[in-house]
Ligand binder design. Structure first.
Ligand code: ZN
Ligand code: ZN
Length: 79
């Protein structure tokens, strides 16, 4: 079976992924990059897509990603 990957993806206000370089404040480092700034962090699972709603701070997204990873591990162990 395919390996499942779960990651935290930064998002812009319109929910598009942000892969721009940003300052610690979340504001774009390069004003010409077209980046509108990071406003949320989504937990993205390769099997389920977005897991739950976006988190407004990264510190909350990381535990949600860990929790989802553990759910997968538990599901595998139950088989
Ligand atoms: Zn961006
Ligand atoms: Zn999943």
């Amino acid at each position: 079976m395919a390996r499942i990957t779960i990651r935290v993806e930064p998002r812009h206000a319109d929910n598009s992924p942000c892969d721009h370089a940003v300052k610690p404040s979340g504001k774009p480092r390069d004003p010409a990059s077209g980046c509108t700034g990071r406003t949320a962090y989504a937990v993205v699972c390769s099997e389920h897509g977005d897991v739950g709603g976006p988190h407004h701070i990264k510190q909350l997204a990381a535990p949600a990603a860990t929790e989802h990873r553990q759910e997968h591990r538990a599901a595998l162990a139950a088989r």
